[in-house]
Design a protein around this ligand. Structure first.
Ligand code: F6R
Length: 611
């Protein structure tokens, strides 16, 4: 949430910062701003997107070799020009951008107001910046020392970047809870919330850790802790190319990412799954195999779509490994006083690896001695680094705000893990193990086949785009997919949608059924097929409109449903990997038909780094 960019070096800073902000716009798009340092600090900021700032900046003084930029997801104060970052300090000499929330800003603000400070915005950021400047003036110390003192006194999360008129060429950065990557070039440095703003300039990056402060000059990077001790920066080589973060001919990132799934799932399985040899190689699982084999319980913590992947995993792990699984919303788990016993394993699932609630939930569980296993997409992210072991989903950068390919990557990793643990534990027969390995291996091909039918989904989307509400129903492995389908439709098309277990529908939601309510059944062939057919009959008896995602060869549901979409047959354990694809397409096409900016839907942002 909120994207931050910085540059210092021989290039013109403004174009580097603007390009970087465009890459990070998925993290928030309520307002945009830049601060440039060329003798004095100049700030240009605007409500709206980067393109609007660019228009506004035409003809302005933009020459500078040091600059910072921000794209905002509003927390404190409405989206507006005055609440946009960067903010400047009372003296006008300092400019700062911030990603996160300063929780004790009200008290800090009161103290500053009592000292005569006036604030021009409603933000916690302007308070923190002036708090820093106040310390600098009163303690007669340098900016670096003032930042250290201030950060010890604030609570909350932050990644901040500051420039100072009295120290040209230097950017000071610090983080706690919000991500920061520094790209190391020749005589230049780049800063970003992720590595995308620096990809074409350098492949060498430093992931800054919590409670670290970076003093960044064109030819020098000094890393320190808040105790002012130097830390040797650990340089990581980026394994990502520019094509991965570009649209590649598609109209939207979301569509590109949906269509990438045959290859992203393949990449996730590649080098791990060998169906012919009957092996699954996952070093993170192998290194913790005794813990998994003897686990008394697995607790999965995640948010949103990743939480839905956790729900699928609950069904799969309990079935194959016979280990009890609980799936927790990270935001609830972190504030409860959860019972964590010896022998419990916590699995954290996160695309971004930076979700604040998930991060803090596992920090707390780790403090209580739990083993943390991370299933993460963003390499080098905070959750990945905090975990005791883990497995990457290898879906590549996901830019569309709605998660699609990362979700199927999570499902693929979790299914592989469950199979591996079941085999090691002896809770699966050799025959079933082998069958499921081949089934998993064939998923990319089946997803490819589903995507060939995208136009059929587009036609269904056209038919139902005017709906005000929708219901998504599924049973067993497909129940979490019903939840996910409803979430996707809500966020991408703004249609109110609810997901339910199909049988639960008659305990309340059936009251909503009318002849205009679309009810989407996720009803691929499984052990409950006859039951879900009865649920479809119950909706039809009340004249609801039924859209059904079903398996090829199903000759019962087509005669009941108003619209059907066929997916290739698969073992029920693999069904979620297939049945989610038409639902992703459905939300995409409804969103497009309604004119929604599907890559950046209203009020949302990717990578939720505030709680
Ligand atoms: C929905 C979506 C969100 C995320 C959630 C968790 O399409 O993308 O619900 O799944 O914010 O994010 P991560 O997986 O990055 O922890």
């Amino acid at each position: 949430m909120c994207g931050i960019v910085g540059y210092t070096g021989p290039r013109e800073a403004y174009p580097v910062v603007i390009k970087g902000l465009k890459r990070l716009e998925y993290r928030g798009y309520d307002s945009t701003g830049v601060a440039l340092l060329n003798g004095t600090v100049k700030v240009y900021k605007k409500k709206g997107r980067v393109a609007e700032l660019e228009e506004y900046a035409v003809g302005k003084e933009l020459h500078a070799h040091t600059g910072i930029g921000h794209t905002r997801w509003a927390t404190h104060g409405e989206p507006s020009d005055r609440n946009a970052h960067p903010h400047t300090s009372r003296s006008g000499k300092l400019a700062m951008i911030h990603n996160g929330i300063i929780e004790n800003y009200v008290q800090l603000k009161k103290d500053l107001v009592n000292k005569g400070y006036h604030f021009t915005s409603d933000t916690d950021t302007e308070v923190l910046l002036n708090f820093i400047e106040d310390i600098k003036e009163n303690n007669n110390c340098g900016l670096e020392e003032a930042i250290r003192i201030a950060l010890k006194r604030v609570t909350g999360a932050y990644c901040i970047l500051l420039i100072n008129e009295d120290d040209p060429g230097t950017i000071i950065a610090a983080r706690k809870g919000s991500p920061l990557v520094i790209g190391v070039g020749k005589g230049e440095h780049f800063l970003g919330s992720d590595a995308s703003p620096m990809l074409e300039y350098t492949k060498e990056v430093v992931y800054v850790n919590d409670y670290e402060l970076a003093i960044v000059k064109p030819d020098e990077l000094i890393l320190k802790n808040l105790g002012n001790e130097k830390i040797t920066p650990f340089i990581t080589k980026l394994d990502m190319d520019l094509a991965a973060i570009e649209m590649g001919g598609y109209d939207h990132f979301m569509l590109k990412e949906i269509f990438e799934q045959p290859s992203t799932i393949h990449d996730c399985l590649r080098g791990r799954l060998d169906a012919t040899a009957g092996t699954i190689t996952m070093s993170g699982v192998q290194n913790n195999i005794e813990a998994f084999k003897t686990a008394q319980r697995i607790i999965i913590v995640a948010c949103g779509t990743s939480w839905h992947a956790g729900l699928v995993a609950e069904y799969v792990i309990e079935e194959l490994c016979r280990i009890p699984v609980e799936v927790e919303y990270a935001s609830e788990f972190r504030y409860r006083n959860p019972v964590i016993n010896k022998g419990d394993i916590i699995i954290a699932i996160s695309q971004s690896g930076e979700t604040a609630d998930t991060l803090v939930a596992i920090e707390k569980a780790k403090e209580q001695g739990a083993v943390i296993f991370g299933i993460v997409n963003a390499v080098g992210s905070s959750i990945a680094r905090l975990s005791n072991g883990g497995a990457y989903t290898h879906a590549g950068p996901e830019i569309g705000v709605a998660s699609t390919k990362a979700f199927t990557g999570q499902l693929a990793v979790l299914t592989m893990m469950a199979l591996k643990i079941a085999k090691e534990k002896g809770t699966i027969t050799d025959e079933r193990y082998s069958k499921l390995l081949f089934e998993l291996d064939s998923i990319p091909e089946k997803v490819e086949a589903i995507l060939k039918g995208a136009n059929a989904i587009k036609a269904i989307a056209e038919k139902y785009k005017g709906a005000a509400d929708a219901l998504f129903l599924g049973r067993g492995y497909n129940f979490p997919i019903a939840l996910e389908g409803a979430l996707k439709l809500k966020e991408i098309s703004y249609i109110h949608a609810e997901g339910y277990p199909a049988a639960e529908m008659k305990h309340g939601p059936i009251a909503l059924v009318t002849e205009i309510l679309p009810v989407v059944f996720v009803a691929t062939k499984d052990s409950y097929h006859e039951k879900i057919v009865s649920n479809i009959q119950e909706i039809k008896a009340r004249k609801g409109k039924v859209i059904a995602i079903i398996s090829e060869g199903d000759d019962v549901i087509p005669s009941l449903a108003d619209d059907v979409f066929f997916v290739p047959p698969a073992d029920e354990i693999m069904a979620p990997l297939l049945s989610c694809i038409p639902l992703q397409l459905l939300s995409y096409y409804v969103g497009i038909a309604k004119g929604v900016d599907v890559d950046k839907p209203r009020n949302l942002a990717k990578s939720v780094t505030v709680e």
